[in-house]
Design a protein around this ligand. Sequence first.
Ligand code: MSP
Length: 516
Amino acid sequence: MSATASITTPIYYVNDRPHIGHVFTTTLCDTWARAMRMRGRDTFFLTGTDEHGVKVEKSATANGVSPQAWADRNAAEFEAVLRLFQQTNDDFIRTTQPRHERQVQALVERLKAAGVLYKGAFEGWYDEGEENYLTETRAKECEYKSPVSGRPLVRAKEENWYFRLSAFAPKLEAMFAANPDFVRPAARRNEVLGRLREGLQDVPMTRTNFSWGIPMPGDPGHVIYVWIDALFNYVTALGLGDGSVKERVKYWPADYHVIGKEILWFHAVIWPAMLMALELPLPKCVYAHSFWISEGQKMSKSLGNFIDLAALEGYMGKYGLDALRWFMLTRGPLESTDADFRALAFHETYVADLVNTVGNCSSRVTAMIGKTFDGAMPADARGGDAWPAMCDSVVKQWEGHMDRFELGPAAAAAIGLLREVDGFINRTEPFKLAKDPAKRDEVASILAQCAETVRIASLLLEPFLPQRMADLQVALGAPMAGEPWARKVVWGGLKAGTKMAKVALYPRIETPGTPA
Ligand code: MSP
């Protein structure tokens, strides 16, 4: 386990309004970053906005403002959304910041010096919406329509600077062979390998048909292609372009670049080749999740099923932030299939997992201790029986899952502990035994074992459910707050006699659906 942990989201286009897609990816990274911080790793979680390119220039003009004013307005909204959803990012990089622009130019100079750039004419199939050329094979596959928007591709020709991606094919192949987990999940890696076999085309580095971008050093008529500019954010935030932020150098390479599947090629092929040319280490893993659809269909503004900011705020207002996070993190498109955001599924997940399991189990245990032992942790003369070993094994599983960015399995392991506690209470029926004074010691052991397991589960659930798990720990007397992780997760943190309060974490909600 290395001492640092670093994770990135894509930087989001400022001409889009924040929606479930952005909040989802950011929440995945936030959950991992919280888990790593809890474990004492020196953590860096980066997000930000992608602000250059023809789309931003056009939207700004259409709105009668300068591109910078447009970018400022929308970047502020993205930042406000991070605060609204209590994301714990350590920095927010904007590609129009001088720190980024300066370093991008320096990095492009280095690419030039490395001999991997050249000026040439190019003609190909261009996706205007995505600002992206498609290979002939790919364009044909997509019937000469944008794979994203469905709009026809246009035949475009320009004289540009190019990055010699084709020269990196052997190195990329060797890298993929040596690092089977470089791209995850496996289905996404196979897609990349399939496309690599079709051969690599050089990629344009600059554009000349608009001006909203970073000028190409030494060739002012050209601006650096928005995708190249954007990819560099991962290292400019750390000052790697000019050594300007020494204390952040340790956060490179990133452990995880978390992205949506539609931008995999840029991250899994173009970006590594650029890093190879710059002789910089590659990120350890590019994790490409799938997409949210909504109520069974692709999200669309016209269908009215778009999970936009207002919809997300509606869910958060009604069910709370933990519920929104839990639904996204356990029912979301973390793997290679898309996931459906359905109001009913959201409601059922909330009731089954948060109300009936996490909430019910914690309130049962704290209420019984309240009633039977006057709210003080009872003594367990049986030393925990089988529970310490079980908790220890679940903690280890959870740690392994977190290290491997397996958030779904980590969440399942954590909530599984509470299901065990519930089953144990149902089997041993301490509420019945409590009526017999001769069984007091037995009841004490049962409830102490339950409470201690709830404490450990609350730690494992905290990155997923930061709000109520913090409350739960306070209710349990905040044992071991400030202690290192390795001590916190060891059995026995709740000492006999510790006062605890009865908790009610997740209110029962009767009717599904978002508020109007
Ligand atoms: N600016 C580029 C990324 C540059 S990174 C160097 C970009 N921006 S974006 O605003 O379009 O954001 C794309 C990201 O938003 C996706 O990769 C994904 O993380 C998220 N999502 C957008 N729509 C989504 C869904 N419907 N479902 C899940 N996530 C998706 O591309």
